[in-house]
Write a protein that binds this ligand. Structure first.
Ligand code: ADP
Ligand code: MG
Length: 710
């Protein structure tokens, strides 16, 4: 970078004292018109410089013909000029001493290499004058905490915007404005919303850094499409965590299971989203799949930043509403609270014996008067209940939903007066019968939603937060050997060679030998222990058993010889084009379960290790755990425990427990191996690892690797 002047940091530039709007007008059909109107309307306290050569003044503020003509250099300029004028406008800003420019204009790196080249030029022009660029291809910023709106969205055409403690960084401008609008409709306010577009210069972490330092921000929300700098992302996340600011992230592209699926199962299961999610777990970022639910959680977290709720009490106006909420929570594995005796006693006063203590609490079953009468005492009882961490009020249509919400609020206040407070999410119905209730809740700044689904997602994510914290790096086992790869090795590495590499790293494999035909096969079997297995060796056959390329359970060397000639004939029929390099004669081993252990080098987050149910089950069940390598045996154990197949491995229906210990040790070794192999390593697929009874160990009976081409 050819920076002559020091480049201003986010803290200096995101709170400008003066702002120029290039192309300001009164024409609300134009970007410049809407940005200018929103800026003036929302009461920016600093100096505003409208730039428009055709006007003396705009909305009562003196206009300037060019950016260089303002009495003082504007700290920040915003432009939505045509793409071909952007560079010139940025040059003018730089010459005028502007510290930062927001470039709304699109069709830069978002539109191919030519746009990308222009984008680099624009950044270089700016940076060499010590100026920074936000965008291009963004929708500007909305900073209620700074009374600063530099955004054209009509969502800002409101009298005033609520101020809150949520900071939001969005890679999509449209989504920023939409989420801002939707959150505002629910009374949820922000400290700052930044849309960052192509991140040509200032990247997401610059904005998150600002939010970490900003006292008015308590929770950080991000909408991410792609990470530019993975190490910086993780380092920033660790700092957010250390500052006590939860960081929530929705990332697009969750279901894009890597296009390299053709090579191996592993590639199809650890696409970059899984790597991103694993990295988030390691650095303390909570991933979510929905932006509305993220805002609901952020609003709740702002009130209860330390809460890590587990069990939920459902308070409802209808048996049906309660049952559905209970089902949905249970589907997501969220436990309903079993009320303490004290809470049961509190509730028993108001509810008949047969329903007393049941969760959900259907206020319709109160001894007297229904929800209007028992709303307050019910909420108070569950807030005080030691076994309840969070209250979900599922409110169906009722004669007076507003009054009911007042009662719920009353109960909350009474509990607070006694020193008890708990997260409480109110779910209303979308119909107009709840309109008055919505206004009341907004005025009182009480968290609510019209979507049970958002509430469930928010609670599910909040529960996961307990396990989301920056991890310490795994320590290297004393006996994990560092074995360099042979120099000539590259590309796709078959089973026999892959297993040699595994064995060198202390990972148990079964013995075997590659042979060229039946006679050699028979001789090789004579040197191995029965029973035997024969497999085809071919770079063109990835899934050997699909084409009859695996024969198990052979008892004699003669049977091995016959299996080789039969296999040659059948593959010639089924896969006539495959080039056959030989046959692998190996020892057959036994196990009670099969695991897949995979690894892949994520281009951003580095080597990842993957564990799942092995054999064909992995594709069928998509039952996998992913973590950044290296992992300790303890972490590997957690990865196994997170799988469905762990139930079987712990001893299911009288089956004995399997050797989870040995499997965890192997996973850790594999993770150190791929970590040590460095950039030459691309993918590894051990499928299956046979897992025997506890104490009897594990063995890799199939393996494949992909290395950088030699
Ligand atoms: P592929 O995955 O290419 O189809 P494998 O070598 O994994 O071929 O063999 C297919 C299946 O056969 C394995 O999933 C495993 O169940 C079984 N198998 C393969 N080799 C052995 C062995 N040496 N001992 C026991 N079972 C084996
Ligand atoms: Mg296999």
């Amino acid at each position: 970078m050819n920076a002559i002047l020091p480049i201003a940091n986010a803290g200096e530039i995101l709170a400008p004292k003066s702002v120029a709007v290039i192309g300001a007008s009164e024409d609300l059909t134009k970007f410049g018109g809407r940005i200018y109107k929103n800026l003036v309307h929302h009461g920016f306290k600093g100096q505003i410089y409208p730039i428009n050569p055709k006007r003396e003044s705009l909305l009562g503020i003196k206009c300037y013909p060019a950016i260089g003509a303002t009495p003082t250099p504007p700290d920040m300029a915003v432009m939505a000029v045509p793409r071909d004028s952007v560079k010139e406008a940025v040059e003018a800003c730089a010459a005028a001493g502007t510290k930062a420019a927001i470039v709304i204009t699109a069709k830069f790196s978002d539109a191919g290499p030519e746009g990308a080249a222009l984008e680099r030029e624009v950044v270089s022009v700016a940076n060499s004058a010590g100026m920074r660029i936000i965008g291009p291809n963004c929708l500007g910023i909305i900073s209620p905490a700074n009374d600063l709106v530099l955004c054209a969205s009509p969502a800002l055409f409101v009298d005033s915007m609520p101020k809150g403690d949520i900071g939001f960084v969005s890679q999509s401008g449209a989504l920023m404005a939409t989420i801002f609008d939707r959150a505002m409709a629910r009374g949820i306010g922000f400290s700052h919303c930044f849309s960052i577009g192509n991140q040509a210069d200032m990247d997401m972490c610059d904005f998150v850094d600002y939010l970490i330092a900003d006292e008015r921000t308590r929770v950080i929300c991000t909408y991410i499409e792609g990470i530019k700098d993975a190490p910086r992302f993780m380092e920033t996340a660790r700092r957010a965590h250390a500052a006590g600011k939860p960081w929530l992230a929705v990332k697009a592209g969750r279901t894009e299971f890597g296009a390299a699926a053709a090579f191996s199962h592993t590639a199809s299961l650890a696409g970059s989203y899984e790597a991103f999610a694993a990295a988030c777990r390691d650095c303390g970022v909570l991933t979510m799949d929905d932006a509305d639910a993220m805002m609901l959680l952020a609003a709740s977290l702002g009130r209860f930043p330390k809460a890590r709720p587990n069990s939920v009490a459902i308070v409802t106006t209808s048996g049906g509403g309660g049952a559905i909420a209970a089902d949905r929570l249970t589907d997501r594995g969220i436990p309903l609270a079993t009320f303490s005796d004290a809470a049961k006693a509190d509730l028993a006063e108001h509810y008949s014996e047969n329903v007393g203590g049941a969760n959900p609490i259907d206020m319709g079953t109160a001894k007297q008067g229904g929800s209007m009468v028992v709303g307050a005492v019910t909420v108070k009882a569950v807030i005080k209940d030691a076994a309840t961490d969070l209250i979900l009020s599922a409110i169906t249509t009722a004669p007076d939903v507003e009054l009911l919400c007042r009662k719920l609020d009353e109960g909350t206040r009474e509990a607070a007066a006694e020193g008890f407070a708990k997260p409480h999410i109110i779910v209303l119905q979308q119909g107009h019968s709840a309109d008055a209730a919505r206004s009341f809740l907004r005025e009182q700044n009480i968290v609510y939603t019209d979507s049970l689904d958002d509430a469930i997602r928010a609670i599910e994510a909040w529960r996961r937060m307990a396990g989301v914290a920056p991890t310490t790096p795994a320590s290297r086992p004393a006996d994990a050997p560092r074995v360099p790869l042979a120099a000539g090795l590259g590309g796709s590495v078959g089973e026999a060679e892959s297993k040699e590499i595994l064995a060198a790293h202390g990972i148990p494999t079964n013995r075997g030998q590659v042979v060229s035909g039946p006679e050699e096969a028979e001789a090789a079997a004579g040197r191995l222990e029965k029973p035997f297995v024969v497999k085809v060796v071919s770079p063109d056959i990835v899934h050997k058993s699909d084409v009859g390329g695996v024969v198990l359970g052979l008892e004699t060397p003669q049977a091995v010889a016959k299996a080789v000639s039969d296999m040659a004939a059948s593959i010639a029929r089924l896969k006539p084009d495959a080039s056959i390099e030989g046959y692998l004669v190996q020892e057959m081993r036994s196990g009670k379960a099969e695991l897949l252990i995979g690894a892949r080098n994520d281009p951003q987050f580095g080597p990842m290790v993957i564990v799942g149910a092995g054999g064909v089950l992995v594709e069928l069940l998509k039952d996998v755990s992913v973590a950044r390598a290296p992992v300790s045996p303890a972490k590997a154990r957690e990865m196994i425990e997170g799988l469905q197949i762990a139930k079987l491995m712990r001893g299911f229906r009288g089956g004995g427990a399997l050797d989870i210990e040995a499997a965890a040790d192997i996973i850790s070794r594999v993770s150190w191996m791929v970590h040590d192999l460095g950039p030459r390593f691309k993918e590894l697929d051990i499928n299956p690892l046979l897992v025997a009874e506890a104490g009897k160990g594990c063995v890799a009976v199939d393996g494949r690797m992909l290395l950088e081409d030699a």
